[in-house]
Design a binder for this molecule. Sequence first.
Ligand code: PLP
Length: 384
Amino acid sequence: MTVASSSSRIIYADNAATTKLDDEALALMFDLQKNFFANPSAAYKLSRPLKKILREAREKIAACINAAPHEIIFTSGGTESDNWAIKSSVLANLSERPNIITSAIEHKAVLNSCAAMANLGCSVTILPVDNAGAVKPVDLQEKILPQTKIISVMLANNEVGTIQPIKRLADIAHAAGKIFHTDAVQAVGHIPVDVKALGADMLSASAHKFNAPKGVGFLYLREGLKLAPYIDGGGQEFSRRAGTENLPAIAAMALALEKNCRLMNATAEKLSACTKTLLDCLRGNDIDFIVNGGENRLPGHLSLSFRNGEGETLMHRLDLKNICVSTGSACDSRQVKISHVLQALNVPEAYIRGTIRITFGKENSREDAEIIGKHLTALQRDCA
Ligand code: PLP
């Protein structure tokens, strides 16, 4: 994707950090913000169309992940959804010293929620991953305790793109009578997500990762699952999540998700062409690097580690060429320390510091990939 700037074209290839807002979603948001300002909860007729818009957005989103509309609860995004799923699953039973099981490569929204619960007396079990970043189902099987209250493993990793064997993990959780949550923030809108086929009891999603606005998302809550509200207040969202709904953002999220799901196959093909172009260019120029995250990864997602490289330096040098990539997850980009994800994958010592994440989005072209490949090749040769 290229961004117009006053001086030159910028290639944005950091779509795992956030995506560009879809034009139609933006137009819808603008229209709703300007012309449908009433509170959706009000009883007068001015609010009636808003109730309908809210209902239709919920229906559209539910259809995209094979859920029922009342199983979709709108939140402020992935962080809130993760906090809610994890904290509310254990807060009611703190006196029993509940256990939480999660993986070593989760986003900080999950890991720090677990850490906060550990401070209140919960025990937290961290599952390792293999070199590709996948949790082994047998590890989960062995770690479940009688006092385990929730198991949370992400669907797709935000740094290396690895897709986890969620169905097998959820089956193990259910066989032991446990609740299974998945952080699907990087997956929803990019790969097929079917909550029934996955067997998830709870699933977190964030709109800004699929060309919708920032600050909005949802938590899928399987029908019948009891989860105390995390945000208390009024009776919105079936009395499960209080706060006046951000209707323009919610409607835009539904529009963008439906569109991304409709175009998913074509987009995946295009993204694969971008990654292939970039990898071919680097390999064709004998650049010494490895691709992290195994074969089963998100389309368009590349975590590359260059031998004896310095990820921070590469990122800044590419920035000087108007190319946006990141060194790890966006939230970590000011920290120079090696990410917990790369450490968990055991990326070899000679490569680990030279890691950058390039994540193509639907607006990127093969030409963008060629330009990135050319600059990366030149930068690596300069350093050799
Ligand atoms: N979970 C994952 C896997 C993410 O990649 C992110 C964002 O980077 C989040 C959670 C947090 O989502 P949000 O930015 O909507 O709070």
